[in-house]
Design a protein around this ligand. Sequence first.
Ligand code: AMP
Length: 486
Amino acid sequence: MNLTNPFCDADGDKLREECGIFGVIGAREAAPMTALGLHALQHRGQEAVGITSFDGQEFYSRRGTGHVAANFSSAEALAELPGIMAAGHVRYSTTGGSGLRNVQPLFADLASGGFAIAHNGNISNAMHLKYDLVQKGAIFQSTSDTEVIIHLVATSRYPTLLDRFIDALRLVEGAYSLICMTPAGMIACRDPLGIRPLVMGKLGDATVFASETVALDVIGADFLREVEPGELVEVDLDGAVRTHRPFGDPPARPCIFEHVYFSRPDSLMGGSSVYEVRKAIGRELARESLADADMVIPVPDSGVPAALGYAQESGLPFELGIIRSHYVGRTFIQPSDGARNADVKRKHNANRAIVAGKRIVLVDDSIVRGTTSLKIVQMMRDAGAAEVHMRIASPPTEHSCFYGVDTPERSKLLAARMDVAAMAEFIQADSLAFVSLDGLYRAVGLKGRNAACPQYCDACFSGEYPTRLTDLADRDRPAQLDLPVA
Ligand code: AMP
């Protein structure tokens, strides 16, 4: 059977999402708190935002495209979301048009009552599961992989909602941090490997869940702990907390790229300050690839902490040789290649007085397509830099992410197409070096990468994916499996 890919929008581009989620239960102003929490997570997704609340009787939802502030700063908007429990979601740009139907939290009326779900991550067998569900008569309302979980919960034969939820998750592969709401309360959980982050906090009697600790800070909540990989935390409307570990205790594999780029530097992740880890990566980079230069210049903002570490370790002065305009979004999120190029130029400007005539070390967190590095190196040369040595605070990104970080398809990754020397030539740098994978592991506080049992998900660098990638495998053999062609 030749169905179209059920996760494709009209333009045929697959949805890819990196997101931020937030939930609070037991607070008088749950929705305004959620709006604030999502605002602190805005860097995790700027395409769309949604909040669902529950007042003990009814669920209320509001969604919109664009930023949190544009949708949830007015009293009228928040008045539509009464109740002591709320959950919200900010969503990353997709490369194609996407309707409000994909904006989370998704909501459904199940036999057990209302069910809202906010998901960060990506389900790597969603197409496979969806195909089965559709064959059995399920009617999907969105093209989001998250909706698969709702249908699996709805069709599970277990008697209680919790057991149905666990039953559903047993069928799901990939990365998921979830915050769900039912009439009984909130359920938060992380996939068995803990690929995507999720933390838990307390504010008075209220319990709070968020993708990053920075969202707890903004509402004045205390950080309690991370939701453990494979843990499922239930919080009742009366505040009772129960935790479950339905998936055993496999070794965790949290995403190492959260430390490199995705999380805010003022968050704590895996017990470490993201900022300190980034500085430590810069120190490793200086030890591994010292450049003979006059100064260290960060590519703002993402390269700043690593550049500081590089400068401290190398003894070279740290200078702001590039000034960033704060009125454009992140480079990567623009949907078309043309828009991305324009954005690099709008976003960064050379501080000519600092760089002219100097041999500079430029530090950035990563090279993906190479667009940013090429433009920035050129900008430094145009400003009169004598030499430009590029240093990257992550290993070469050679592989796509199927767990919710929006790396492009492999053919567009510069490091998948070229070796380091060719990349240096492509970005027109005098030299180029990346931190080693072991160096990155040392920066997160380990002795190095344990090759037999890596402590993180580093698939974008190593190509070692910690889960099965069923949909990807199926895509290569649709004829045998009679599955949708992606
Ligand atoms: P590129 O121009 O494609 O090489 O993109 C590299 C820049 O995008 C880096 O400076 C990073 O700060 C940023 N970046 C890297 N990975 C991601 C990602 N998954 N999502 C958004 N931005 C990213």
